[in-house]
Design a protein around this ligand. Structure first.
Ligand code: MRU
Length: 349
């Protein structure tokens, strides 16, 4: 994607370093973060320098490749086992993280070069998959559509076009007149900060809406469809995605609005039979209690926005039951969220 006239990838590796777009600084400043060691890359995932299911998957793959580079010859096996454990412990919910680490770890048993090659291949596959998702998803978007989206499932979240936003970019490219309602997505505001930044950057008409406004807009017939991403899809079609997705899906169902999930087949976890088996990350209560933004002088500040002394609860994801999902837009086509179709499409990978 182009930022200020220059082409960037969501994540890349050069030499032994991994380079990331510092998402904690967006939308206020665009900075590149260099992770020199696999441990720095782990910290970047945990602290959400990089976030979004696919982006952390590709990053975790590169972290595993870095670990191969760093492994001492006389202790390679144990070093890599431990590195794998550390990388997998960074965040628990996104399937792509575990998928990528597994692939690069296995390749690393052959050689370090094979591990680096595998990590690059995963990022390239993600780019190709997200492009296909855009092509299939675009078919669902009619002229003049007003589309709702939650969190950020754009190119910051998935190499290289995003998942939920990829069909929107494709529709725009084809000259369709579209408008996007961007859920702000408290507590970390990935919608208000990141999706809005991406759409603004690509000149896609949009507006940020408070999280609690979506159902009201649906009730008034102002939203034609919803497209969201996914962090993990269970075998029965239940989908874990950013907290708040579930209530949007229920509201869309109530008002007869198509609700689509856009995700590649690499996000499907057949070992996970149903949504309730998905591990949901609990994050720090500070994310609810404090907000970060810039003041009039352009300084980044963190301020308390809740009653001092109160505690907060912060589940990062929820699970939407398959029955609320109109379809899953994958790189191989659009399928109903049904177990036999999910197994079938996963078999083709
Ligand atoms: O906690 P985050 O920001 O890493 O959340 C993950 C997500 O970005 C989403 O839930 C998203 O909708 C799917 S990512 C392609």
């Amino acid at each position: 994607m182009k930022v200020k006239g220059e082409e960037y990838r969501t994540v890349w590796m050069a030499g032994s370093s991994v380079f990331l777009i510092e998402q904690n600084q967006l939308p206020f400043s665009f900075e590149i973060f260099e992770a020199k060691k696999y441990f720095d890359t782990c910290m970047a995932i945990t602290s959400m320098v990089v976030r979004g299911a696919g982006a952390i998957g590709a990053t975790a793959g590169y972290a595993m490749a870095q670990a191969c580079l760093e492994a001492p010859e006389d202790d390679r096996e144990d070093f890599l086992k431990n590195a794998r454990f550390e990388i997998e412990s960074t965040r628990p919910t996104a399937q792509n993280l575990f998928y990528a680490v597994e692939r690069v770890y296995e390749a690393g048993k052959k050689s370090t070069e094979a591990a680096i090659e595998e990590a690059r291949k995963i990022a390239d596959e993600d780019a190709a998959d997200s492009r296909s998702i855009g092509i299939y998803g675009n078919d669902l978007i009619g002229q003049g559509y007003r589309i709702g989206t939650h969190c950020n499932a754009g190119w910051l979240a998935f190499v290289d076009y995003g998942t939920a936003l990829s069909p929107i970019y494709m529709a725009q490219k084809q000259g369709k007149d579209i408008f996007v309602y961007v859920d702000e997505t408290r507590p970390r505001s990935q919608g208000a900060r990141l999706t809005a930044w991406e759409l603004h950057n690509k000149e896609v008409p949009h507006a940020i809406i408070p999280d609690n406004a979506a159902a009201w807009l649906m009730a008034q017939g102002k939203i034609d469809m919803y497209i969201v991403g996914a962090d993990r899809i269970a075998a029965n079609g239940d989908v874990a995605n950013k907290i708040g997705t579930l209530e949007k899906a229920i509201a869309a169902h109530e008002y007869g609005i198509p609700f689509y999930v856009a995700a590649p087949t690499s996000t499907i976890d057949l070992d996970c039979k149903r949504g309730k088996d998905i591990k949901i990350e609990e994050r720090s209560q500070d994310e609810v209690l404090y907000q970060t933004g810039i003041d009039k002088n352009g300084n980044l500040n963190k301020v308390l926005v809740c009653s001092p002394g109160s505690e907060a609860i912060n589940p990062a994801f929820d699970v939407t039951p398959a029955r609320f999902i109109s379809g899953i837009i994958t790189e191989k086509g659009i399928i109903n969220a049904e177990e036999d179709l999910i197994r079938e499409i996963k078999k083709q990978t």
